[in-house]
Design a protein around this ligand. Structure first.
Ligand code: ATP
Length: 315
């Protein structure tokens, strides 16, 4: 089976700075593949080489069996692309712009199937296609970007930080679009620096740090979601005693307990099974509980720590 995307030894240098370091990556047809990494990890650079916006210093990329440097418009029509920094400044309305793009993708006329799909997508995402695009908010511009990528039902979707600027409800609709694309046999490669977004949508993931893949596999095997940050307010608890108690709970790290207004405020990072921690707080009266994912960089460094750092340094 030919890979949808095959990246071999991709190396990109900007002057003395190496943005992507001899990267190998394969995306199989029909997969939803997530590329995650902190700011500056090399995600945008990698995705741009796939659509021939930038060219590799060395290495090869193959997209749908073709070399993007030579395949031209015929290949681009088979791809839907959302750039990381979308700029829509023109006076044209959303529908005019999308109509233009539909023409580029090979369809003409207001009655085309592509434009019909565009209108459906606009309804689902909640954006007015009758307004000049330059007057739209950042999130609504992003929706136009998503519509132009999805509307011609391309074989391959390359989405660079696709949910940037979208509110949570629209993000959920976007995730539904990705699932539908997969069900229809389309391949999706998306990048994000938000772990939960990738966890909810991708079958396979590669973690980029300093231009290199530091981990690759299915979402569960990467354990990135197994690190959580918690904050709890324990009513009437003595901070010292609470510190002693929680120091002994398996998985609890970076524990910080401070007294406040007759309560103990507890902040900690939990690695792995959260159950022992939940059982421990159940011994107290819990006034507030916040569980959040740490930022990606923290998760990556914690789990792949020294490797990620060494790789970054070894340029
Ligand atoms: P973000 O999430 O912030 O968009 P990213 O993972 O997409 O980050 P890239 O934009 O690919 O990262 O950047 C990778 C590295 O290459 C960064 O160190 C960045 O500063 C550098 N870089 C990117 N584009 C250029 C450029 N045109 N000139 C010089 N350096 C660049």
């Amino acid at each position: 089976m030919t890979a949808a995307i095959e990246i071999t030894g991709l190396h990109k240098r900007y002057g003395r700075r190496v943005a992507v370091h001899r990267l190998d990556l394969t995306v199989r047809p029909g997969a939803v593949f997530g590329l995650i990494g902190a700011n500056g990890a090399g995600k945008t650079t990698t995705l741009r080489t796939l659509v021939d916006i930038i060219r590799p210093t060395s290495g090869r990329v193959h997209v749908l069996g073709a070399d993007p440097r030579h395949a031209g418009p015929a290949l681009r029509r088979r791809i839907g692309y959302v750039p990381g920094e979308l700029r829509l400044e023109g006076r044209a309305t959303g529908i005019r712009l999308l109509s233009f793009y539909a023409g580029v993708s090979g369809e003409r006329g207001a009655g085309s199937g592509t434009l019909h799909t565009a209108r459906e997508l606009a309804d689902r995402l909640g954006v007015d296609l009758g307004r000049p695009v330059r007057s739209l908010s950042k999130g609504n511009k992003q929706k136009i970007g998503l519509i132009q990528a999805f509307m011609h039902r391309p074989e391959l979707l390359i989405l660079d930080e696709p949910t940037s600027g979208l509110d949570p409800l629209v993000q959920r609709e976007f995730l539904a679009l990705v699932r539908e694309a997969r069900d229809a046999g389309q391949t999706v490669l998306l990048s994000s620096h938000v772990l939960s977004e990738i966890q909810q949508s991708a079958d396979e993931v590669a973690v980029l740090a300093s231009g290199r893949v530091v981990a690759e596999g299915d979402v569960a095997s990467l354990r990135l979601g197994s690190i959580r940050r918690v904050r709890v307010r324990l009513a009437g608890a003595d901070a010292g005693a609470a510190r002693d108690r929680f120091t002994r709970v398996p998985g609890v790290e970076a524990l910080d307990v401070t007294p406040r207004d007759g309560a103990a405020l507890l902040a900690a990072t939990i690695e792995g099974d959260i159950d022992p921690f939940v059982k421990a707080i159940a011994e107290y009266k819990v006034h507030d509980l916040v569980v959040e994912e740490p930022d990606l960089e923290e998760s990556v460094l914690r789990l792949y720590g020294q490797d990620a750092r060494d790789e970054g340094d070894a340029r």
